[in-house]
Design a protein around this ligand. Sequence first.
Ligand code: ARG
Length: 563
Amino acid sequence: MDAKQNLANAIAPLCGMDASAILDWFEVPKKAEMGDYAFPCFRLSKVLRKAPAAIASELKEQLVLPSGFSKAEAVGPYLNFYVDTASQAGSVLQKVLSEKENYGSSKIGSGKTVCVEYSSINIAKPFGFHHLPSTAIGNALYRIYKFLGYRTIGINHLGDWGTQFGKMITAYKLWGSKPIDDYSIRELVSLYVRFHEEAEKDPSLNDTARAWFHKIESNDPEAMELWAKMKDNTIREVKVTYHRMGIDFDSWAGESFYEDKMGAIIQELRDKGISKLDQGAEIVDLSEWNMPPCIIVKSDGSTIYATRDIAAACYRKQEYDFCKSLYVVAYQQDLHFRQFFKVLELMGREWVKDCTHVNFGMVSMEDASFSTRSGNILYLDDILQAAVDKTYAIICEKSPDLEDKQSAAESVGVGAILWSVLYNNRIKDVSFTWDKILNFDGETAPYVQYTHARCCSVLRKAEDFDFSSPDASLLDDPYAQTLLKALDAFPAAVLSAADKNEPYVVSRCIMSVASAFNKFYYEQRIMADDPAVKAARLALTDATRQVLANGLNLLGIQAPERM
Ligand code: ARG
Protein backbone atom coordinates (compact mmCIF):
# COMPACT_ATOMS: atom_id res chain seq x y z
CA MET A 1 0.00 0.00 0.00
CA ASP A 2 0.88 3.55 -0.52
CA ALA A 3 3.11 5.09 2.12
CA LYS A 4 1.06 8.29 2.42
CA GLN A 5 -2.11 6.31 2.99
CA ASN A 6 -0.43 4.37 5.80
CA LEU A 7 0.65 7.60 7.45
CA ALA A 8 -2.80 9.13 7.08
CA ASN A 9 -4.38 6.03 8.66
CA ALA A 10 -2.00 6.28 11.60
CA ILE A 11 -2.42 10.01 12.22
CA ALA A 12 -6.15 10.51 11.57
CA PRO A 13 -7.55 8.83 14.71
CA LEU A 14 -5.15 10.83 16.91
CA CYS A 15 -6.66 14.12 15.81
CA GLY A 16 -10.25 13.08 15.22
CA MET A 17 -10.09 13.37 11.44
CA ASP A 18 -10.85 11.04 8.55
CA ALA A 19 -7.80 9.56 6.86
CA SER A 20 -9.20 10.58 3.48
CA ALA A 21 -9.48 14.20 4.61
CA ILE A 22 -5.82 14.56 5.50
CA LEU A 23 -4.36 12.38 2.75
CA ASP A 24 -3.70 15.33 0.45
CA TRP A 25 -2.02 17.37 3.16
CA PHE A 26 1.28 15.54 3.06
CA GLU A 27 4.18 17.38 1.50
CA VAL A 28 7.60 16.31 0.34
CA PRO A 29 10.24 18.28 2.28
CA LYS A 30 12.50 20.38 0.08
CA LYS A 31 15.63 19.10 1.79
CA ALA A 32 16.24 15.36 1.86
CA GLU A 33 17.61 15.55 5.43
CA MET A 34 14.17 16.73 6.56
CA GLY A 35 12.74 13.33 5.70
CA ASP A 36 10.57 11.92 2.93
CA TYR A 37 7.12 13.17 3.95
CA ALA A 38 6.02 16.13 6.03
CA PHE A 39 2.68 16.53 7.76
CA PRO A 40 1.74 20.23 8.23
CA CYS A 41 0.25 20.45 11.74
CA PHE A 42 -0.80 24.11 11.37
CA ARG A 43 -3.72 22.84 9.35
CA LEU A 44 -5.04 21.29 12.56
CA SER A 45 -4.47 24.19 14.92
CA LYS A 46 -7.95 25.69 14.44
CA VAL A 47 -9.75 22.42 15.07
CA LEU A 48 -7.57 21.34 17.98
CA ARG A 49 -7.08 24.90 19.30
CA LYS A 50 -3.41 24.41 19.91
CA ALA A 51 -0.19 25.80 18.56
CA PRO A 52 1.06 23.87 15.51
CA ALA A 53 4.39 23.02 17.12
CA ALA A 54 2.62 21.61 20.17
CA ILE A 55 0.42 19.46 17.95
CA ALA A 56 3.48 18.19 16.10
CA SER A 57 5.26 17.09 19.23
CA GLU A 58 2.14 15.55 20.80
CA LEU A 59 1.41 13.58 17.64
CA LYS A 60 4.97 12.35 17.64
CA GLU A 61 4.58 11.01 21.18
CA GLN A 62 1.27 9.24 20.55
CA LEU A 63 1.92 7.91 17.08
CA VAL A 64 2.61 4.26 16.33
CA LEU A 65 4.92 4.47 13.34
CA PRO A 66 3.53 2.43 10.42
CA SER A 67 5.80 -0.20 8.90
CA GLY A 68 8.06 1.06 6.15
CA PHE A 69 9.13 4.10 8.21
CA SER A 70 12.19 4.40 10.40
CA LYS A 71 11.36 7.52 12.41
CA ALA A 72 9.19 10.59 12.86
CA GLU A 73 10.46 13.98 14.05
CA ALA A 74 8.63 17.12 15.08
CA VAL A 75 10.26 20.16 13.47
CA GLY A 76 8.37 23.39 14.20
CA PRO A 77 4.84 23.08 12.79
CA TYR A 78 5.72 19.95 10.84
CA LEU A 79 5.87 16.28 11.68
CA ASN A 80 8.49 14.77 9.38
CA PHE A 81 8.64 11.11 8.44
CA TYR A 82 11.62 9.12 7.30
CA VAL A 83 11.14 6.13 5.06
CA ASP A 84 12.93 3.02 6.24
CA THR A 85 15.24 2.73 3.25
CA ALA A 86 16.15 -0.88 3.90
CA SER A 87 12.59 -2.07 3.97
CA GLN A 88 11.68 0.12 1.00
CA ALA A 89 14.63 -1.23 -0.97
CA GLY A 90 13.59 -4.73 -0.04
CA SER A 91 10.04 -4.29 -1.18
CA VAL A 92 10.99 -2.71 -4.52
CA LEU A 93 13.49 -5.47 -5.27
CA GLN A 94 11.11 -8.15 -4.20
CA LYS A 95 8.28 -6.71 -6.30
CA VAL A 96 10.34 -6.39 -9.49
CA LEU A 97 12.00 -9.76 -9.16
CA SER A 98 8.82 -11.63 -8.39
CA GLU A 99 6.59 -9.92 -10.95
CA LYS A 100 9.28 -10.03 -13.65
CA GLU A 101 7.90 -9.18 -17.10
CA ASN A 102 4.64 -8.15 -15.46
CA TYR A 103 6.23 -5.53 -13.22
CA GLY A 104 4.38 -2.29 -13.97
CA SER A 105 1.36 -4.03 -15.45
CA SER A 106 -2.11 -3.78 -14.00
CA LYS A 107 -5.65 -5.01 -14.30
CA ILE A 108 -7.31 -1.60 -14.34
CA GLY A 109 -8.35 -2.13 -17.94
CA SER A 110 -9.82 -5.57 -17.60
CA GLY A 111 -13.15 -5.94 -19.35
CA LYS A 112 -12.63 -2.66 -21.24
CA THR A 113 -11.59 -2.03 -24.81
CA VAL A 114 -9.40 0.68 -26.31
CA CYS A 115 -9.23 1.21 -30.07
CA VAL A 116 -5.92 2.66 -31.21
CA GLU A 117 -5.80 3.83 -34.79
CA TYR A 118 -2.25 4.44 -35.98
CA SER A 119 0.03 4.57 -38.99
CA SER A 120 -2.93 4.69 -41.43
CA ILE A 121 -0.86 4.84 -44.57
CA ASN A 122 -2.09 5.39 -48.09
CA ILE A 123 -2.19 2.71 -50.74
CA ALA A 124 0.18 3.15 -53.70
CA LYS A 125 1.89 6.01 -51.87
CA PRO A 126 5.24 5.96 -50.10
CA PHE A 127 5.37 4.65 -46.54
CA GLY A 128 7.22 7.78 -45.62
CA PHE A 129 9.29 9.19 -42.83
CA HIS A 130 6.34 11.43 -41.93
CA HIS A 131 4.39 8.30 -40.95
CA LEU A 132 6.97 7.49 -38.29
CA PRO A 133 5.41 9.37 -35.34
CA SER A 134 1.94 7.93 -35.83
CA THR A 135 3.37 4.45 -36.29
CA ALA A 136 5.72 4.55 -33.30
CA ILE A 137 3.49 6.48 -30.87
CA GLY A 138 0.43 4.42 -31.77
CA ASN A 139 2.28 1.15 -31.36
CA ALA A 140 3.61 2.25 -27.96
CA LEU A 141 0.15 3.30 -26.76
CA TYR A 142 -1.26 0.01 -28.01
CA ARG A 143 1.30 -1.88 -25.93
CA ILE A 144 0.89 0.35 -22.88
CA TYR A 145 -2.90 -0.09 -22.76
CA LYS A 146 -2.55 -3.82 -23.24
CA PHE A 147 -0.09 -3.94 -20.33
CA LEU A 148 -2.72 -2.22 -18.19
CA GLY A 149 -5.18 -5.00 -18.91
CA TYR A 150 -7.28 -3.41 -21.64
CA ARG A 151 -8.36 -5.32 -24.69
CA THR A 152 -6.68 -3.28 -27.41
CA ILE A 153 -7.64 -3.09 -31.08
CA GLY A 154 -4.91 -1.75 -33.35
CA ILE A 155 -6.35 -0.33 -36.52
CA ASN A 156 -4.60 0.70 -39.72
CA HIS A 157 -7.18 2.98 -41.36
CA LEU A 158 -5.74 2.58 -44.84
CA GLY A 159 -6.16 5.39 -47.33
CA ASP A 160 -7.46 3.02 -50.01
CA TRP A 161 -10.31 4.97 -51.57
CA GLY A 162 -10.65 8.11 -53.62
CA THR A 163 -10.17 9.62 -57.04
CA GLN A 164 -6.41 9.00 -56.97
CA PHE A 165 -7.11 5.34 -57.76
CA GLY A 166 -8.80 6.41 -61.00
CA LYS A 167 -5.58 8.24 -61.84
CA MET A 168 -3.48 5.22 -60.98
CA ILE A 169 -5.49 2.95 -63.24
CA THR A 170 -5.42 5.47 -66.08
CA ALA A 171 -1.66 5.71 -65.79
CA TYR A 172 -1.26 1.96 -65.64
CA LYS A 173 -3.45 1.40 -68.66
CA LEU A 174 -1.49 3.96 -70.66
CA TRP A 175 2.08 3.33 -69.58
CA GLY A 176 2.12 0.11 -67.62
CA SER A 177 4.76 -2.30 -68.88
CA LYS A 178 4.20 -5.48 -66.84
CA PRO A 179 1.50 -7.27 -64.84
CA ILE A 180 0.17 -5.07 -62.07
CA ASP A 181 1.16 -7.71 -59.49
CA ASP A 182 4.79 -6.95 -60.22
CA TYR A 183 4.54 -3.29 -59.36
CA SER A 184 6.35 -2.19 -56.23
CA ILE A 185 5.21 0.86 -54.26
CA ARG A 186 8.01 2.94 -55.75
CA GLU A 187 6.93 1.97 -59.27
CA LEU A 188 3.32 2.76 -58.50
CA VAL A 189 4.43 6.13 -57.17
CA SER A 190 6.26 6.90 -60.39
CA LEU A 191 3.16 6.04 -62.40
CA TYR A 192 1.25 8.50 -60.26
CA VAL A 193 3.87 11.19 -60.71
CA ARG A 194 3.82 10.62 -64.46
CA PHE A 195 0.03 10.94 -64.50
CA HIS A 196 0.28 14.42 -63.00
CA GLU A 197 3.00 15.51 -65.41
CA GLU A 198 1.04 14.34 -68.43
CA ALA A 199 -2.28 15.69 -67.16
CA GLU A 200 -0.69 19.16 -67.08
CA LYS A 201 -0.31 18.90 -70.84
CA ASP A 202 -3.49 16.95 -71.52
CA PRO A 203 -6.26 17.77 -69.03
CA SER A 204 -8.61 15.23 -70.63
CA LEU A 205 -6.66 12.57 -68.69
CA ASN A 206 -8.49 13.80 -65.63
CA ASP A 207 -11.80 12.85 -67.20
CA THR A 208 -10.50 9.38 -67.97
CA ALA A 209 -9.36 9.10 -64.35
CA ARG A 210 -12.76 10.16 -63.05
CA ALA A 211 -14.40 7.58 -65.27
CA TRP A 212 -12.10 4.88 -63.89
CA PHE A 213 -12.83 5.84 -60.33
CA HIS A 214 -16.51 5.75 -61.14
CA LYS A 215 -15.97 2.18 -62.40
CA ILE A 216 -14.34 1.26 -59.10
CA GLU A 217 -17.28 2.72 -57.24
CA SER A 218 -19.72 0.75 -59.34
CA ASN A 219 -17.85 -2.51 -58.90
CA ASP A 220 -16.62 -2.92 -62.45
CA PRO A 221 -14.61 -6.20 -62.41
CA GLU A 222 -11.54 -4.92 -64.27
CA ALA A 223 -11.33 -1.71 -62.25
CA MET A 224 -11.86 -3.60 -59.00
CA GLU A 225 -9.18 -6.10 -59.80
CA LEU A 226 -6.57 -3.47 -60.61
CA TRP A 227 -7.46 -1.53 -57.48
CA ALA A 228 -7.35 -4.67 -55.31
CA LYS A 229 -3.97 -5.68 -56.68
CA MET A 230 -2.43 -2.28 -56.04
CA LYS A 231 -3.73 -2.60 -52.51
CA ASP A 232 -2.34 -6.11 -52.09
CA ASN A 233 1.06 -5.05 -53.40
CA THR A 234 1.19 -2.15 -51.02
CA ILE A 235 0.15 -4.19 -48.00
CA ARG A 236 2.59 -6.97 -48.80
CA GLU A 237 5.42 -4.47 -48.99
CA VAL A 238 4.58 -2.39 -45.93
CA LYS A 239 4.18 -5.52 -43.84
CA VAL A 240 7.91 -6.09 -44.26
CA THR A 241 8.60 -2.63 -42.85
CA TYR A 242 6.09 -3.10 -40.02
CA HIS A 243 7.63 -6.46 -39.21
CA ARG A 244 11.02 -4.82 -38.91
CA MET A 245 9.57 -2.51 -36.28
CA GLY A 246 7.72 -5.33 -34.50
CA ILE A 247 4.37 -3.85 -35.42
CA ASP A 248 1.13 -5.51 -36.39
CA PHE A 249 -2.55 -4.56 -36.55
CA ASP A 250 -5.75 -6.28 -35.52
CA SER A 251 -7.66 -4.57 -38.27
CA TRP A 252 -6.67 -3.26 -41.69
CA ALA A 253 -10.12 -1.86 -42.41
CA GLY A 254 -9.38 1.16 -44.56
CA GLU A 255 -11.54 3.87 -46.02
CA SER A 256 -13.00 1.55 -48.67
CA PHE A 257 -14.41 -0.65 -45.92
CA TYR A 258 -16.96 2.05 -45.11
CA GLU A 259 -18.30 2.41 -48.67
CA ASP A 260 -21.50 0.53 -47.83
CA LYS A 261 -21.79 1.99 -44.34
CA MET A 262 -22.12 5.65 -45.24
CA GLY A 263 -25.62 5.52 -46.71
CA ALA A 264 -27.20 5.08 -43.29
CA ILE A 265 -25.17 7.96 -41.87
CA ILE A 266 -26.08 10.30 -44.72
CA GLN A 267 -29.73 9.39 -44.29
CA GLU A 268 -29.66 9.95 -40.54
CA LEU A 269 -28.07 13.37 -41.01
CA ARG A 270 -30.87 14.30 -43.42
CA ASP A 271 -33.64 12.86 -41.28
CA LYS A 272 -32.50 14.64 -38.17
CA GLY A 273 -32.10 17.88 -40.08
CA ILE A 274 -28.41 18.09 -39.23
CA SER A 275 -27.17 18.30 -42.80
CA LYS A 276 -28.45 20.73 -45.39
CA LEU A 277 -28.07 21.31 -49.11
CA ASP A 278 -25.60 23.94 -50.14
CA GLN A 279 -24.93 24.50 -53.85
CA GLY A 280 -25.68 20.88 -54.60
CA ALA A 281 -23.55 19.51 -51.77
CA GLU A 282 -24.71 18.19 -48.40
CA ILE A 283 -22.98 19.89 -45.55
CA VAL A 284 -23.20 20.29 -41.81
CA ASP A 285 -22.99 23.93 -40.85
CA LEU A 286 -20.56 24.37 -37.97
CA SER A 287 -20.35 28.16 -37.94
CA GLU A 288 -21.83 28.24 -34.46
CA TRP A 289 -18.62 26.56 -33.28
CA ASN A 290 -16.40 28.76 -35.44
CA MET A 291 -15.55 26.00 -37.85
CA PRO A 292 -15.97 25.72 -41.59
CA PRO A 293 -18.79 23.39 -42.66
CA CYS A 294 -18.19 19.65 -42.68
CA ILE A 295 -18.91 18.38 -46.19
CA ILE A 296 -20.75 15.05 -46.19
CA VAL A 297 -21.60 14.56 -49.85
CA LYS A 298 -19.96 16.59 -52.62
CA SER A 299 -22.04 18.15 -55.38
CA ASP A 300 -21.01 15.34 -57.75
CA GLY A 301 -22.56 12.84 -55.35
CA SER A 302 -19.32 11.40 -53.95
CA THR A 303 -18.51 11.07 -50.28
CA ILE A 304 -15.31 12.28 -48.76
CA TYR A 305 -12.74 11.55 -46.09
CA ALA A 306 -14.89 13.03 -43.30
CA THR A 307 -17.96 10.97 -44.23
CA ARG A 308 -15.87 7.83 -44.00
CA ASP A 309 -14.49 8.89 -40.63
CA ILE A 310 -18.00 9.40 -39.24
CA ALA A 311 -19.01 5.94 -40.47
CA ALA A 312 -15.78 4.42 -39.12
CA ALA A 313 -16.27 5.91 -35.65
CA CYS A 314 -19.81 4.48 -35.45
CA TYR A 315 -18.63 1.13 -36.74
CA ARG A 316 -15.86 0.94 -34.12
CA LYS A 317 -18.28 1.75 -31.33
CA GLN A 318 -20.71 -0.90 -32.50
CA GLU A 319 -18.12 -3.55 -33.28
CA TYR A 320 -15.76 -3.10 -30.31
CA ASP A 321 -17.77 -1.16 -27.74
CA PHE A 322 -14.67 0.85 -26.82
CA CYS A 323 -14.22 2.84 -23.64
CA LYS A 324 -11.68 4.94 -25.52
CA SER A 325 -11.03 5.37 -29.23
CA LEU A 326 -7.72 6.99 -30.08
CA TYR A 327 -6.62 8.47 -33.38
CA VAL A 328 -2.88 8.93 -33.61
CA VAL A 329 -2.77 11.47 -36.43
CA ALA A 330 -0.66 14.59 -37.14
CA TYR A 331 -1.77 17.93 -35.75
CA GLN A 332 -2.38 19.21 -39.30
CA GLN A 333 -5.65 17.32 -39.11
CA ASP A 334 -6.81 18.98 -35.87
CA LEU A 335 -9.64 20.79 -37.63
CA HIS A 336 -10.82 17.68 -39.44
CA PHE A 337 -11.13 15.82 -36.12
CA ARG A 338 -12.88 18.68 -34.37
CA GLN A 339 -15.33 18.87 -37.25
CA PHE A 340 -16.33 15.25 -37.48
CA PHE A 341 -16.37 14.80 -33.69
CA LYS A 342 -18.82 17.71 -33.56
CA VAL A 343 -21.00 16.11 -36.25
CA LEU A 344 -21.10 12.90 -34.20
CA GLU A 345 -22.09 14.92 -31.16
CA LEU A 346 -24.91 16.58 -33.12
CA MET A 347 -26.03 13.10 -34.13
CA GLY A 348 -26.45 12.31 -30.45
CA ARG A 349 -23.52 9.91 -30.18
CA GLU A 350 -22.62 10.80 -26.63
CA TRP A 351 -19.71 8.32 -26.72
CA VAL A 352 -17.82 10.76 -28.95
CA LYS A 353 -16.47 12.19 -25.67
CA ASP A 354 -14.38 8.98 -25.51
CA CYS A 355 -12.80 9.65 -28.92
CA THR A 356 -9.47 11.43 -28.77
CA HIS A 357 -7.31 12.86 -31.49
CA VAL A 358 -3.83 12.00 -30.22
CA ASN A 359 -1.93 14.53 -32.29
CA PHE A 360 1.77 15.11 -32.76
CA GLY A 361 4.23 17.54 -34.33
CA MET A 362 6.40 17.29 -37.41
CA VAL A 363 9.50 15.23 -38.00
CA SER A 364 12.26 16.55 -40.18
CA MET A 365 15.59 15.26 -41.26
CA GLU A 366 18.72 17.36 -41.02
CA ASP A 367 20.79 15.10 -43.25
CA ALA A 368 20.69 16.97 -46.56
CA SER A 369 22.07 14.09 -48.61
CA PHE A 370 19.06 12.13 -47.54
CA SER A 371 16.28 14.56 -48.22
CA THR A 372 17.22 15.04 -51.86
CA ARG A 373 17.17 11.33 -52.57
CA SER A 374 14.16 9.99 -54.51
CA GLY A 375 12.73 13.42 -55.21
CA ASN A 376 12.19 14.64 -51.67
CA ILE A 377 10.19 11.61 -50.67
CA LEU A 378 11.76 10.02 -47.63
CA TYR A 379 10.88 6.36 -47.47
CA LEU A 380 10.82 5.07 -43.91
CA ASP A 381 12.46 1.88 -45.05
CA ASP A 382 15.50 3.77 -46.39
CA ILE A 383 15.84 5.55 -43.08
CA LEU A 384 15.61 2.34 -41.08
CA GLN A 385 18.22 0.76 -43.32
CA ALA A 386 20.56 3.72 -43.02
CA ALA A 387 20.20 3.62 -39.23
CA VAL A 388 21.00 -0.09 -39.16
CA ASP A 389 24.04 0.37 -41.42
CA LYS A 390 25.38 3.22 -39.35
CA THR A 391 24.80 1.24 -36.16
CA TYR A 392 26.61 -1.73 -37.63
CA ALA A 393 29.67 0.44 -38.20
CA ILE A 394 29.52 1.76 -34.62
CA ILE A 395 29.21 -1.75 -33.19
CA CYS A 396 32.14 -3.01 -35.24
CA GLU A 397 34.21 -0.31 -33.63
CA LYS A 398 32.86 -0.60 -30.09
CA SER A 399 32.47 -4.37 -29.83
CA PRO A 400 34.69 -6.02 -32.44
CA ASP A 401 34.29 -9.42 -30.75
CA LEU A 402 30.52 -9.47 -30.69
CA GLU A 403 29.25 -12.55 -32.48
CA ASP A 404 26.01 -11.52 -34.11
CA LYS A 405 26.70 -7.89 -34.98
CA GLN A 406 24.03 -7.79 -37.66
CA SER A 407 21.15 -8.65 -35.39
CA ALA A 408 22.34 -6.25 -32.69
CA ALA A 409 22.63 -3.52 -35.33
CA GLU A 410 19.08 -4.24 -36.48
CA SER A 411 17.61 -3.95 -32.96
CA VAL A 412 19.61 -0.87 -32.08
CA GLY A 413 19.28 0.95 -35.41
CA VAL A 414 15.53 0.48 -35.58
CA GLY A 415 15.20 1.21 -31.85
CA ALA A 416 17.06 4.51 -32.26
CA ILE A 417 14.60 5.64 -34.93
CA LEU A 418 11.52 4.69 -32.90
CA TRP A 419 12.90 6.34 -29.76
CA SER A 420 13.49 9.62 -31.59
CA VAL A 421 9.74 10.25 -31.65
CA LEU A 422 8.98 8.68 -28.26
CA TYR A 423 11.19 10.75 -26.00
CA ASN A 424 9.41 14.09 -26.05
CA ASN A 425 6.00 15.53 -25.63
CA ARG A 426 4.18 14.41 -28.80
CA ILE A 427 3.35 17.83 -30.02
CA LYS A 428 6.97 18.93 -30.10
CA ASP A 429 8.52 18.97 -33.57
CA VAL A 430 11.43 16.57 -33.92
CA SER A 431 14.43 17.40 -36.05
CA PHE A 432 16.48 14.43 -36.57
CA THR A 433 20.25 14.06 -36.85
CA TRP A 434 22.13 10.81 -36.99
CA ASP A 435 24.66 11.95 -34.40
CA LYS A 436 21.93 12.73 -31.94
CA ILE A 437 19.84 9.57 -32.26
CA LEU A 438 22.75 7.15 -32.54
CA ASN A 439 24.76 8.63 -29.67
CA PHE A 440 25.44 5.68 -27.36
CA ASP A 441 26.07 8.10 -24.49
CA GLY A 442 23.11 10.39 -25.12
CA GLU A 443 19.47 10.25 -24.14
CA THR A 444 18.81 7.61 -26.76
CA ALA A 445 17.52 4.10 -27.26
CA PRO A 446 21.07 2.83 -27.89
CA TYR A 447 22.09 4.14 -24.46
CA VAL A 448 19.21 2.36 -22.72
CA GLN A 449 19.74 -0.78 -24.78
CA TYR A 450 23.45 -0.68 -24.02
CA THR A 451 22.71 -0.40 -20.32
CA HIS A 452 20.38 -3.36 -20.58
CA ALA A 453 23.10 -5.39 -22.32
CA ARG A 454 25.56 -4.29 -19.64
CA CYS A 455 23.25 -5.65 -16.91
CA CYS A 456 22.96 -8.91 -18.84
CA SER A 457 26.72 -9.13 -19.13
CA VAL A 458 27.24 -8.56 -15.38
CA LEU A 459 24.65 -11.24 -14.65
CA ARG A 460 26.29 -13.68 -17.07
CA LYS A 461 29.54 -13.32 -15.15
CA ALA A 462 27.72 -14.26 -11.95
CA GLU A 463 25.77 -17.12 -13.44
CA ASP A 464 26.69 -19.61 -10.73
CA PHE A 465 26.24 -17.23 -7.84
CA ASP A 466 22.99 -17.46 -5.89
CA PHE A 467 21.47 -14.04 -5.21
CA SER A 468 17.89 -15.17 -4.76
CA SER A 469 17.56 -13.93 -1.17
CA PRO A 470 19.29 -10.56 -1.15
CA ASP A 471 19.64 -8.49 2.01
CA ALA A 472 18.35 -5.17 0.73
CA SER A 473 19.61 -3.27 3.78
CA LEU A 474 23.06 -3.53 2.19
CA LEU A 475 21.92 -1.27 -0.65
CA ASP A 476 22.27 1.82 1.50
CA ASP A 477 24.70 3.86 -0.59
CA PRO A 478 23.24 6.89 -2.38
CA TYR A 479 23.77 5.38 -5.86
CA ALA A 480 21.80 2.25 -5.08
CA GLN A 481 19.15 4.37 -3.36
CA THR A 482 18.67 6.61 -6.40
CA LEU A 483 18.45 3.57 -8.63
CA LEU A 484 15.85 1.93 -6.38
CA LYS A 485 13.73 5.08 -6.46
CA ALA A 486 13.88 5.06 -10.27
CA LEU A 487 12.81 1.41 -10.40
CA ASP A 488 9.99 2.12 -7.97
CA ALA A 489 8.66 4.90 -10.21
CA PHE A 490 8.05 2.61 -13.20
CA PRO A 491 4.46 1.41 -12.52
CA ALA A 492 3.23 4.95 -11.95
CA ALA A 493 4.96 6.06 -15.16
CA VAL A 494 3.09 3.42 -17.16
CA LEU A 495 -0.23 4.58 -15.72
CA SER A 496 0.55 8.20 -16.37
CA ALA A 497 1.64 7.48 -19.96
CA ALA A 498 -1.78 5.95 -20.64
CA ASP A 499 -3.56 8.72 -18.81
CA LYS A 500 -1.91 11.38 -20.97
CA ASN A 501 -1.49 9.25 -24.08
CA GLU A 502 2.18 10.18 -23.89
CA PRO A 503 4.69 7.33 -24.28
CA TYR A 504 7.50 9.71 -23.33
CA VAL A 505 6.58 9.24 -19.68
CA VAL A 506 7.78 5.65 -20.03
CA SER A 507 10.87 6.50 -22.08
CA ARG A 508 11.91 9.21 -19.60
CA CYS A 509 11.39 6.81 -16.73
CA ILE A 510 13.62 4.10 -18.16
CA MET A 511 16.15 6.73 -19.17
CA SER A 512 16.44 7.69 -15.51
CA VAL A 513 16.78 4.03 -14.55
CA ALA A 514 19.57 3.60 -17.10
CA SER A 515 21.48 6.65 -15.99
CA ALA A 516 21.08 5.78 -12.30
CA PHE A 517 22.36 2.28 -13.01
CA ASN A 518 25.43 3.56 -14.82
CA LYS A 519 26.33 5.86 -11.94
CA PHE A 520 25.91 2.96 -9.55
CA TYR A 521 28.01 0.76 -11.83
CA TYR A 522 30.88 3.22 -11.92
CA GLU A 523 30.81 4.07 -8.23
CA GLN A 524 30.29 0.65 -6.67
CA ARG A 525 31.80 -2.75 -7.26
CA ILE A 526 28.95 -5.08 -8.05
CA MET A 527 31.17 -8.14 -7.62
CA ALA A 528 32.05 -7.07 -4.08
CA ASP A 529 34.25 -9.29 -1.87
CA ASP A 530 31.54 -9.65 0.74
CA PRO A 531 29.16 -12.25 -0.71
CA ALA A 532 26.11 -10.66 0.94
CA VAL A 533 26.87 -7.26 -0.62
CA LYS A 534 27.55 -8.94 -3.92
CA ALA A 535 24.19 -10.76 -3.77
CA ALA A 536 22.30 -7.54 -3.01
CA ARG A 537 24.00 -5.68 -5.86
CA LEU A 538 23.41 -8.50 -8.32
CA ALA A 539 19.75 -8.58 -7.37
CA LEU A 540 19.61 -4.83 -7.99
CA THR A 541 21.28 -5.35 -11.38
CA ASP A 542 18.77 -8.02 -12.26
CA ALA A 543 15.87 -5.76 -11.28
CA THR A 544 17.36 -2.98 -13.43
CA ARG A 545 17.64 -5.34 -16.38
CA GLN A 546 14.00 -6.31 -15.90
CA VAL A 547 12.65 -2.77 -15.74
CA LEU A 548 14.66 -1.67 -18.79
CA ALA A 549 13.38 -4.68 -20.72
CA ASN A 550 9.77 -4.04 -19.69
CA GLY A 551 10.00 -0.37 -20.59
CA LEU A 552 11.66 -0.95 -23.97
CA ASN A 553 9.07 -3.57 -24.74
CA LEU A 554 6.26 -1.11 -24.04
CA LEU A 555 7.86 1.28 -26.50
CA GLY A 556 8.11 -1.44 -29.14
CA ILE A 557 11.91 -1.43 -28.92
CA GLN A 558 14.06 -4.55 -28.66
CA ALA A 559 16.28 -5.18 -25.68
CA PRO A 560 19.32 -7.10 -26.97
CA GLU A 561 21.30 -9.09 -24.40
CA ARG A 562 24.60 -8.42 -26.08
CA MET A 563 25.79 -5.45 -28.09
N1 ARG B 1 -4.36 8.24 -44.42
C1 ARG B 1 -4.34 9.52 -43.82
C2 ARG B 1 -3.07 10.27 -44.17
O1 ARG B 1 -2.07 9.66 -44.48
C3 ARG B 1 -4.43 9.47 -42.33
C4 ARG B 1 -5.69 8.88 -41.79
C5 ARG B 1 -5.95 9.34 -40.41
N2 ARG B 1 -7.04 8.69 -39.80
C6 ARG B 1 -8.32 9.02 -39.89
N3 ARG B 1 -9.21 8.29 -39.28
N4 ARG B 1 -8.71 10.08 -40.58
O2 ARG B 1 -3.08 11.49 -44.10
